[in-house]
Design a protein around this ligand. Structure first.
Ligand code: PMP
Ligand code: GLN
Length: 391
Protein backbone atom coordinates (compact mmCIF):
# COMPACT_ATOMS: atom_id res chain seq x y z
CA UNK A 1 0.00 0.00 0.00
CA UNK A 2 1.42 3.39 -0.88
CA UNK A 3 1.76 5.65 2.14
CA UNK A 4 3.82 7.94 4.21
CA UNK A 5 7.53 8.47 3.61
CA UNK A 6 9.95 7.51 6.35
CA UNK A 7 11.05 11.16 6.41
CA UNK A 8 7.78 12.19 8.03
CA UNK A 9 6.57 8.92 9.56
CA UNK A 10 8.74 9.56 12.63
CA UNK A 11 7.06 12.90 13.41
CA UNK A 12 3.61 11.82 14.59
CA UNK A 13 0.81 14.39 15.00
CA UNK A 14 1.63 17.82 16.42
CA UNK A 15 0.62 18.21 20.04
CA UNK A 16 -1.53 21.23 19.12
CA UNK A 17 -3.80 19.22 16.81
CA UNK A 18 -3.98 16.43 19.38
CA UNK A 19 -4.96 18.69 22.29
CA UNK A 20 -7.44 20.68 20.16
CA UNK A 21 -9.24 17.46 19.23
CA UNK A 22 -9.37 16.26 22.84
CA UNK A 23 -10.54 19.66 24.09
CA UNK A 24 -13.35 19.72 21.52
CA UNK A 25 -14.42 16.20 22.38
CA UNK A 26 -14.72 17.06 26.09
CA UNK A 27 -15.99 20.63 25.76
CA UNK A 28 -12.96 21.93 27.63
CA UNK A 29 -12.07 25.63 27.87
CA UNK A 30 -9.12 25.59 25.50
CA UNK A 31 -5.96 27.21 26.84
CA UNK A 32 -3.84 24.85 24.74
CA UNK A 33 -2.73 26.14 21.35
CA UNK A 34 -1.40 29.68 21.31
CA UNK A 35 -4.08 31.21 19.12
CA UNK A 36 -6.24 34.17 20.18
CA UNK A 37 -10.01 33.60 20.34
CA UNK A 38 -10.48 37.30 19.49
CA UNK A 39 -9.85 39.25 16.30
CA UNK A 40 -7.03 41.55 15.32
CA UNK A 41 -7.35 45.36 15.16
CA UNK A 42 -10.25 46.50 12.89
CA UNK A 43 -8.09 48.80 10.70
CA UNK A 44 -5.84 45.85 9.89
CA UNK A 45 -8.81 43.62 9.02
CA UNK A 46 -10.25 46.43 6.90
CA UNK A 47 -6.93 46.81 5.06
CA UNK A 48 -7.11 43.13 4.04
CA UNK A 49 -10.69 43.51 2.77
CA UNK A 50 -9.85 46.63 0.84
CA UNK A 51 -6.78 44.96 -0.70
CA UNK A 52 -9.00 42.14 -1.97
CA UNK A 53 -11.51 44.62 -3.34
CA UNK A 54 -8.67 46.69 -4.73
CA UNK A 55 -7.58 43.85 -6.99
CA UNK A 56 -4.45 42.91 -5.08
CA UNK A 57 -5.22 39.27 -5.74
CA UNK A 58 -2.38 38.05 -7.96
CA UNK A 59 1.09 36.78 -7.11
CA UNK A 60 3.26 39.13 -5.11
CA UNK A 61 6.99 39.28 -5.92
CA UNK A 62 8.75 36.26 -4.41
CA UNK A 63 10.64 38.37 -1.89
CA UNK A 64 7.41 40.05 -0.84
CA UNK A 65 5.49 43.20 -1.72
CA UNK A 66 7.79 46.22 -1.71
CA UNK A 67 5.47 48.14 0.65
CA UNK A 68 5.58 45.32 3.20
CA UNK A 69 9.35 44.94 2.98
CA UNK A 70 9.60 48.67 3.59
CA UNK A 71 7.21 48.47 6.55
CA UNK A 72 9.24 45.60 8.04
CA UNK A 73 12.45 47.65 7.71
CA UNK A 74 10.82 50.75 9.21
CA UNK A 75 9.46 48.72 12.13
CA UNK A 76 12.95 47.31 12.81
CA UNK A 77 14.39 50.81 12.83
CA UNK A 78 11.56 52.25 14.96
CA UNK A 79 11.83 49.62 17.72
CA UNK A 80 15.47 48.50 17.60
CA UNK A 81 17.40 51.13 15.64
CA UNK A 82 18.21 48.36 13.17
CA UNK A 83 18.95 49.63 9.63
CA UNK A 84 17.90 47.30 6.81
CA UNK A 85 17.72 47.73 3.05
CA UNK A 86 14.19 46.61 2.22
CA UNK A 87 15.25 45.66 -1.31
CA UNK A 88 17.85 43.08 -0.28
CA UNK A 89 17.75 42.50 3.48
CA UNK A 90 14.09 41.54 4.02
CA UNK A 91 12.02 38.68 2.62
CA UNK A 92 8.38 37.77 3.28
CA UNK A 93 7.38 34.18 4.07
CA UNK A 94 4.34 32.13 5.02
CA UNK A 95 4.65 32.88 8.72
CA UNK A 96 7.67 32.37 10.94
CA UNK A 97 7.19 28.66 10.37
CA UNK A 98 8.11 28.81 6.69
CA UNK A 99 10.80 31.38 7.48
CA UNK A 100 12.52 28.91 9.83
CA UNK A 101 12.25 25.99 7.43
CA UNK A 102 13.53 28.07 4.51
CA UNK A 103 16.35 29.37 6.72
CA UNK A 104 17.44 25.88 7.69
CA UNK A 105 17.19 24.62 4.10
CA UNK A 106 18.83 27.70 2.65
CA UNK A 107 21.64 28.23 5.16
CA UNK A 108 22.79 24.75 6.17
CA UNK A 109 24.00 21.63 4.37
CA UNK A 110 23.32 17.98 5.14
CA UNK A 111 25.69 16.82 7.87
CA UNK A 112 25.90 20.25 9.51
CA UNK A 113 24.93 20.71 13.14
CA UNK A 114 22.53 23.33 14.46
CA UNK A 115 22.33 24.17 18.17
CA UNK A 116 18.93 24.58 19.82
CA UNK A 117 17.88 25.32 23.37
CA UNK A 118 15.55 22.80 24.98
CA UNK A 119 12.59 23.12 25.49
CA UNK A 120 12.57 23.74 21.76
CA UNK A 121 9.65 24.95 19.65
CA UNK A 122 8.19 21.88 18.04
CA UNK A 123 8.83 22.62 14.36
CA UNK A 124 12.58 23.30 14.47
CA UNK A 125 13.87 19.76 14.89
CA UNK A 126 11.53 18.22 12.26
CA UNK A 127 12.73 21.02 9.93
CA UNK A 128 16.32 19.97 10.61
CA UNK A 129 15.59 16.30 10.09
CA UNK A 130 13.98 17.08 6.74
CA UNK A 131 17.09 19.08 5.83
CA UNK A 132 19.51 16.32 6.90
CA UNK A 133 20.91 18.48 9.68
CA UNK A 134 21.76 17.24 13.18
CA UNK A 135 20.31 19.08 16.19
CA UNK A 136 22.55 19.71 19.22
CA UNK A 137 20.68 20.42 22.43
CA UNK A 138 21.51 22.82 25.23
CA UNK A 139 19.19 22.69 28.22
CA UNK A 140 17.30 25.59 29.75
CA UNK A 141 16.71 24.66 33.39
CA UNK A 142 13.61 25.52 35.37
CA UNK A 143 12.47 27.39 37.34
CA UNK A 144 14.39 30.36 35.84
CA UNK A 145 15.29 28.75 32.49
CA UNK A 146 18.95 29.72 32.47
CA UNK A 147 21.59 27.76 30.56
CA UNK A 148 25.05 26.66 31.58
CA UNK A 149 27.58 28.67 29.51
CA UNK A 150 30.02 25.74 29.61
CA UNK A 151 27.38 23.36 28.26
CA UNK A 152 26.69 25.87 25.49
CA UNK A 153 30.39 26.29 24.66
CA UNK A 154 30.77 22.51 24.50
CA UNK A 155 27.93 22.27 21.95
CA UNK A 156 29.96 24.19 19.35
CA UNK A 157 32.33 22.28 17.08
CA UNK A 158 33.68 22.42 13.51
CA UNK A 159 30.39 21.10 12.11
CA UNK A 160 28.22 23.77 13.80
CA UNK A 161 26.62 25.97 11.17
CA UNK A 162 23.95 27.83 13.14
CA UNK A 163 22.30 28.34 16.51
CA UNK A 164 18.59 29.02 16.92
CA UNK A 165 17.41 31.35 19.65
CA UNK A 166 13.72 31.90 20.35
CA UNK A 167 13.10 34.97 22.49
CA UNK A 168 10.64 35.69 24.08
CA UNK A 169 10.54 31.93 24.43
CA UNK A 170 7.79 29.42 23.83
CA UNK A 171 6.88 27.62 26.09
CA UNK A 172 8.75 29.10 29.08
CA UNK A 173 8.21 32.85 28.62
CA UNK A 174 11.94 33.43 29.07
CA UNK A 175 13.40 36.61 27.60
CA UNK A 176 17.10 36.13 26.90
CA UNK A 177 18.99 38.89 28.68
CA UNK A 178 21.56 40.99 26.84
CA UNK A 179 24.27 39.22 28.84
CA UNK A 180 23.01 35.81 27.75
CA UNK A 181 22.85 36.96 24.12
CA UNK A 182 26.39 38.32 24.51
CA UNK A 183 27.66 34.89 25.61
CA UNK A 184 25.99 33.30 22.58
CA UNK A 185 27.26 36.08 20.28
CA UNK A 186 30.88 35.58 21.36
CA UNK A 187 30.65 31.86 20.64
CA UNK A 188 29.06 32.53 17.24
CA UNK A 189 31.90 34.84 16.32
CA UNK A 190 34.59 32.52 17.68
CA UNK A 191 33.24 29.55 15.68
CA UNK A 192 31.99 31.49 12.63
CA UNK A 193 28.39 30.38 13.24
CA UNK A 194 25.20 32.20 12.30
CA UNK A 195 22.39 33.00 14.72
CA UNK A 196 18.82 32.42 13.58
CA UNK A 197 16.44 34.15 15.96
CA UNK A 198 12.71 33.52 16.27
CA UNK A 199 11.23 36.71 17.71
CA UNK A 200 7.52 36.23 16.97
CA UNK A 201 6.65 37.32 20.54
CA UNK A 202 8.78 40.48 20.38
CA UNK A 203 5.85 42.71 21.43
CA UNK A 204 4.40 40.44 24.12
CA UNK A 205 6.45 41.30 27.20
CA UNK A 206 5.51 41.64 30.87
CA UNK A 207 6.44 43.68 33.93
CA UNK A 208 8.36 46.24 31.86
CA UNK A 209 10.79 43.64 30.50
CA UNK A 210 12.41 44.60 27.19
CA UNK A 211 12.96 42.30 24.30
CA UNK A 212 16.58 42.17 23.14
CA UNK A 213 17.39 41.72 19.48
CA UNK A 214 20.50 39.62 18.80
CA UNK A 215 21.13 41.42 15.50
CA UNK A 216 21.81 44.65 17.42
CA UNK A 217 24.70 43.22 19.46
CA UNK A 218 28.22 44.20 18.36
CA UNK A 219 29.44 42.03 15.51
CA UNK A 220 26.13 40.21 15.12
CA UNK A 221 24.33 42.18 12.37
CA UNK A 222 26.40 40.40 9.73
CA UNK A 223 25.74 36.91 11.09
CA UNK A 224 22.15 37.03 12.35
CA UNK A 225 18.97 36.14 10.54
CA UNK A 226 16.04 37.58 12.47
CA UNK A 227 12.63 35.97 12.01
CA UNK A 228 9.32 37.45 13.06
CA UNK A 229 5.71 37.41 11.98
CA UNK A 230 2.37 39.14 12.09
CA UNK A 231 0.32 36.54 13.93
CA UNK A 232 1.10 37.30 17.58
CA UNK A 233 1.60 41.04 17.41
CA UNK A 234 -1.68 41.62 15.58
CA UNK A 235 -3.75 38.66 16.80
CA UNK A 236 -4.09 37.19 13.30
CA UNK A 237 -2.32 33.85 13.65
CA UNK A 238 -4.32 32.42 10.75
CA UNK A 239 -2.85 34.87 8.25
CA UNK A 240 0.58 33.26 8.26
CA UNK A 241 2.57 36.29 7.16
CA UNK A 242 6.16 36.25 8.37
CA UNK A 243 9.52 37.68 7.42
CA UNK A 244 13.27 37.30 7.67
CA UNK A 245 15.69 40.17 8.12
CA UNK A 246 19.45 40.11 7.84
CA UNK A 247 22.47 40.59 5.64
CA UNK A 248 21.95 40.12 1.93
CA UNK A 249 23.85 36.82 1.79
CA UNK A 250 21.64 35.20 4.42
CA UNK A 251 18.41 36.56 2.94
CA UNK A 252 19.48 35.22 -0.46
CA UNK A 253 20.02 31.81 1.10
CA UNK A 254 16.54 31.85 2.60
CA UNK A 255 15.05 32.98 -0.70
CA UNK A 256 16.87 30.19 -2.51
CA UNK A 257 14.64 27.77 -0.61
CA UNK A 258 11.55 30.01 -0.28
CA UNK A 259 11.18 30.47 -4.06
CA UNK A 260 10.58 26.73 -4.40
CA UNK A 261 8.49 26.20 -1.25
CA UNK A 262 5.78 28.85 -1.59
CA UNK A 263 7.39 31.26 -4.13
CA UNK A 264 5.23 34.10 -2.77
CA UNK A 265 2.60 34.49 -0.05
CA UNK A 266 -0.94 35.96 0.12
CA UNK A 267 -0.90 39.38 -1.57
CA UNK A 268 -3.89 41.02 0.17
CA UNK A 269 -2.61 39.93 3.56
CA UNK A 270 0.80 41.34 2.76
CA UNK A 271 -0.84 44.69 2.01
CA UNK A 272 -2.69 44.52 5.32
CA UNK A 273 0.51 43.51 7.11
CA UNK A 274 2.17 46.68 5.83
CA UNK A 275 -0.69 48.69 7.33
CA UNK A 276 -0.42 46.77 10.61
CA UNK A 277 3.30 47.35 11.05
CA UNK A 278 2.74 51.05 10.46
CA UNK A 279 0.23 51.43 13.33
CA UNK A 280 1.22 54.08 15.87
CA UNK A 281 3.17 53.17 19.00
CA UNK A 282 -0.01 53.39 21.07
CA UNK A 283 -1.19 50.16 19.41
CA UNK A 284 1.86 48.29 20.66
CA UNK A 285 1.55 49.82 24.15
CA UNK A 286 -2.11 48.84 24.41
CA UNK A 287 -1.33 45.31 23.25
CA UNK A 288 1.23 45.02 26.01
CA UNK A 289 -1.17 46.33 28.66
CA UNK A 290 -3.94 43.98 27.49
CA UNK A 291 -1.66 40.97 27.67
CA UNK A 292 -0.22 42.01 31.03
CA UNK A 293 -3.75 42.01 32.48
CA UNK A 294 -4.54 38.63 30.94
CA UNK A 295 -1.30 37.09 32.18
CA UNK A 296 -1.83 38.46 35.69
CA UNK A 297 -5.38 37.12 35.78
CA UNK A 298 -4.37 33.65 34.57
CA UNK A 299 -1.43 33.49 37.01
CA UNK A 300 -3.84 34.36 39.81
CA UNK A 301 -6.31 31.66 38.75
CA UNK A 302 -3.59 29.01 38.55
CA UNK A 303 -2.19 30.00 41.95
CA UNK A 304 -5.66 29.91 43.47
CA UNK A 305 -6.05 26.37 42.12
CA UNK A 306 -3.00 25.37 44.16
CA UNK A 307 -0.33 25.34 41.45
CA UNK A 308 3.16 26.79 41.57
CA UNK A 309 3.37 29.36 38.76
CA UNK A 310 6.63 29.92 36.85
CA UNK A 311 6.27 33.60 36.04
CA UNK A 312 6.81 34.32 32.31
CA UNK A 313 8.67 37.46 31.19
CA UNK A 314 7.08 37.39 27.76
CA UNK A 315 5.21 35.38 25.07
CA UNK A 316 1.79 33.79 25.08
CA UNK A 317 2.01 31.28 27.94
CA UNK A 318 2.09 30.59 31.66
CA UNK A 319 3.87 27.44 32.82
CA UNK A 320 3.05 25.77 36.12
CA UNK A 321 4.69 23.14 38.27
CA UNK A 322 1.71 21.04 39.40
CA UNK A 323 3.58 18.70 41.73
CA UNK A 324 2.10 18.58 45.20
CA UNK A 325 -1.09 20.45 44.23
CA UNK A 326 -3.88 19.05 46.41
CA UNK A 327 -6.47 18.69 43.65
CA UNK A 328 -4.34 16.46 41.43
CA UNK A 329 -5.00 12.72 41.90
CA UNK A 330 -2.05 10.47 42.73
CA UNK A 331 -2.62 8.50 39.53
CA UNK A 332 -1.40 11.50 37.49
CA UNK A 333 2.32 10.89 37.02
CA UNK A 334 3.51 13.01 34.12
CA UNK A 335 2.61 16.05 32.04
CA UNK A 336 0.74 14.10 29.36
CA UNK A 337 -1.41 12.41 32.02
CA UNK A 338 -1.89 15.77 33.70
CA UNK A 339 -3.09 17.44 30.48
CA UNK A 340 -5.48 14.53 29.75
CA UNK A 341 -6.83 14.61 33.28
CA UNK A 342 -7.28 18.37 33.27
CA UNK A 343 -9.16 18.25 29.96
CA UNK A 344 -11.40 15.30 30.79
CA UNK A 345 -12.03 15.85 34.52
CA UNK A 346 -11.66 19.60 35.05
CA UNK A 347 -12.60 20.85 31.59
CA UNK A 348 -9.56 23.03 30.91
CA UNK A 349 -7.08 22.29 28.13
CA UNK A 350 -3.33 22.91 28.42
CA UNK A 351 -0.26 21.68 26.52
CA UNK A 352 2.10 19.06 28.00
CA UNK A 353 5.53 20.71 27.62
CA UNK A 354 7.35 17.41 27.07
CA UNK A 355 6.30 17.93 23.44
CA UNK A 356 9.11 20.50 23.37
CA UNK A 357 11.76 17.98 24.50
CA UNK A 358 13.55 15.13 22.76
CA UNK A 359 12.72 11.61 23.92
CA UNK A 360 15.66 11.30 26.33
CA UNK A 361 14.79 14.58 28.06
CA UNK A 362 11.00 14.38 28.29
CA UNK A 363 11.29 13.64 32.00
CA UNK A 364 12.51 17.22 32.48
CA UNK A 365 8.95 18.39 31.76
CA UNK A 366 6.94 15.72 33.56
CA UNK A 367 5.93 18.11 36.35
CA UNK A 368 4.93 21.00 34.07
CA UNK A 369 1.94 22.28 32.10
CA UNK A 370 1.58 25.21 29.68
CA UNK A 371 -1.49 27.47 29.55
CA UNK A 372 -2.20 30.06 26.83
CA UNK A 373 -2.89 33.64 27.92
CA UNK A 374 -4.09 34.92 24.52
CA UNK A 375 -7.80 34.43 25.20
CA UNK A 376 -10.83 36.65 25.75
CA UNK A 377 -11.34 37.72 29.35
CA UNK A 378 -14.52 35.61 29.51
CA UNK A 379 -12.60 32.54 28.31
CA UNK A 380 -9.99 33.05 31.01
CA UNK A 381 -12.77 33.58 33.57
CA UNK A 382 -14.49 30.36 32.50
CA UNK A 383 -11.19 28.52 32.92
CA UNK A 384 -10.64 30.14 36.33
CA UNK A 385 -14.07 28.99 37.50
CA UNK A 386 -13.35 25.41 36.56
CA UNK A 387 -9.87 25.52 38.09
CA UNK A 388 -11.29 26.91 41.34
CA UNK A 389 -12.86 23.50 42.04
CA UNK A 390 -9.35 22.14 42.58
CA UNK A 391 -8.57 24.44 45.48
N1 PMP B 1 7.79 30.29 16.53
C1 PMP B 1 7.28 30.20 17.75
C2 PMP B 1 8.20 30.23 18.93
C3 PMP B 1 5.91 30.08 17.93
O1 PMP B 1 5.40 29.97 19.16
C4 PMP B 1 5.08 30.05 16.80
C5 PMP B 1 3.61 29.85 16.91
N2 PMP B 1 2.84 30.16 17.46
C6 PMP B 1 5.63 30.16 15.55
C7 PMP B 1 7.00 30.26 15.44
C8 PMP B 1 4.80 30.15 14.31
O2 PMP B 1 4.62 31.42 13.81
P1 PMP B 1 3.77 31.66 12.48
O3 PMP B 1 2.35 31.43 12.80
O4 PMP B 1 4.09 33.05 12.09
O5 PMP B 1 4.24 30.67 11.46
N1 GLN C 1 2.82 28.31 18.30
C1 GLN C 1 1.55 27.82 18.76
C2 GLN C 1 1.71 27.27 20.15
O1 GLN C 1 2.79 27.04 20.60
C3 GLN C 1 0.99 26.75 17.89
C4 GLN C 1 1.16 26.88 16.43
C5 GLN C 1 0.83 25.58 15.77
O2 GLN C 1 -0.21 25.01 16.01
N2 GLN C 1 1.73 25.08 15.01
O3 GLN C 1 0.71 27.05 20.79
Amino acid sequence: MPGMAQRVAQFGTTIFSEINALAREHGAVNLGQGAPDFDGPPPVLAAAVSAINGQLNQYAPGLGMPRLREAVALHAERFYGQRLDPATEVAITAGATEAMFAAILGLTDPGDEVIVFEPVYDSYVPNMIMAGVTPRYVTLRDPDWTFDPDELAAAFNERTRAIIINTPHNPTGKIYSRDELQIIAELCQKHDVIAITDEVYEHITYDGATHNRMATLPGMAERTLTISSLGKTFSVTGWKIGWVMGPRGLVEGVNGAHQFITFAVASPLQAAAAAALSLPSTYFEELQATFQAKRDFLMGALKAAGFKVLKPQGAYFVMIDWRGAKGVPASVQDDVQFARWLITEVGVACIPPSAFYREADKHLAHHLARFAVCKKDETLQAAAERLRRLA
